[in-house]
Design a protein around this ligand. Structure first.
Ligand code: SF4
Ligand code: SF4
Length: 355
């Protein structure tokens, strides 16, 4: 459950060599994956822009849909209904993420006509931490590391491949409910775990929304839809360590979700046992166990190992400039690993995983 798109707010300027390495790793895995499915890599890459029938730059695997801003009222009503029915958790952290979100045309962009919702394929990563002669292989979920795709890359892609005409304004829309937008636009469907699944990506993806003053002829609007596979599957009910996914309520009890607690500073609540943690940040349980994700899990990448000396320093909570720099490179700008003020989050999360 990724509630916070952490990497986006923290500057994309950092990565240079590691970003291109990420792309090379990705393309290598893409070739391997396609060979398993007897596909050419282009077949998978051609998923991008399928609705409009356009291609994408070679190294961004994406899909998109467009919606007229005339639908903002209905989108806001979807959220307001959930609020009125008390379906949205009152958890303070969760509320801090969503309370200032609204589907409304921003004052500084009154001519906006459409919203483009875009999903880029984002792999999960593994990383080995060495300690006491042992190797601890730990997951780093998609979205917590910098995959090297910048907002400017996406704006360029939209102008070139989606709008296909110069001169239009494109602005990132930050304060909108991305999963709802993706489902209502037909880009994705909800799983029982309330994550958004996109064809050809599972839920290994990053969602973005961009406003533009371009008016699209096509206007997609879909009923809220659940993933077909979920109809006869209950796996995530049993896998979720904190039981926040239940048969009775489609909207999960976010207040119990591991992600809400290990993304922010502070001590973990008593109900969150060390054994429930499974990733450097966030939680991968309901994604790793989901059959819809099976083939995309095989495309997971691997980051450079964290040495014994580095692991010891992390566990002691004693970062120095050299460590922050080295971890920033190895973990691709995973922010608690390379920003001193967030380092206690890293120390706390790693301790429960390898103690
Ligand atoms: S594990 Fe099964 S029920 Fe849960 S989201 Fe995946 S397909 Fe749906
Ligand atoms: S398995 Fe449960 S705790 Fe983990 S992300 Fe899914 S819903 Fe949240």
């Amino acid at each position: 459950m990724k509630l916070l798109n952490t990497k986006r707010g923290r500057g994309m300027e950092y990565l240079t060599d590691s970003a291109s390495q990420s792309r090379r790793d990705f393309m290598k895995n893409l070739v391997f994956f396609c060979s398993l499915l007897h596909l050419k890599p282009e077949d998978l890459l051609a998923l991008s822009g399928t609705r409009e029938g356009y291609g994408s730059p070679p190294d961004i695997v994406y899909q998109h849909r467009t919606l007229s801003l005339g639908h903002f009222k209905e989108l806001q009503e979807d959220i307001d209904i959930l609020k009125r029915k008390g379906k949205l958790s009152r958890n303070k952290t969760f509320r801090s993420y969503i309370d200032d979100m609204r589907f409304e045309i921003p004052e500084n962009f009154p001519d906006a006509q459409s919203i483009i919702v875009l999903a880029t394929f984002t792999r999960m990563m593994y990383v080995n931490f060495h300690l006491g002669g042992k190797k601890y292989d730990i997951m780093l979920p998609p979205q917590y590391y910098d995959d090297g795709i910048s907002i400017d890359d996406l704006k360029g892609l939209i102008l070139k491949d989606i709008i296909q005409e110069p001169g239009y304004r494109i602005e990132k829309a930050d304060k909108v409910h991305l999963k709802l937008l993706a489902v209502r636009s037909g880009l994705g469907t909800y799983g029982r775990n309330n994550l958004c699944f996109v064809d050809g990506m599972g839920n290994f993806l990053t969602l973005y929304a961009f406003l533009t003053d371009f008016k699209f002829e096509e206007n997609h609007w879909h009923e809220l839809k659940m993933l077909d596979l979920c109809k006869n599957c209950r796996i995530c009910y049993g896998i979720c360590p904190t039981n926040c996914i239940t048969e009775e309520h489609f909207v999960i009890d976010v207040g119990k979700c591991v992600t809400l607690y290990n993304e922010v500073e502070g001590t973990f609540p008593r109900f969150l046992l060390p054994s429930m943690h499974n990733a450097l940040m966030g939680c991968m349980k309901c994604q790793v166990g989901c059959p819809e994700n099976e083939k995309f899990l095989r495309m997971a990448g691997r980051l450079e190992d964290v040495t014994e000396e580095e692991t010891r320093k992390i566990l002691k909570g004693e970062p120095d400039e050299h460590l922050l720099d080295s971890l920033g490179q190895k973990l691709r700008k995973f922010y608690p690993a390379c920003e001193e003020k967030y380092f206690p989050i890293f120390t706390r999360n790693l301790r429960v995983l390898i103690s």
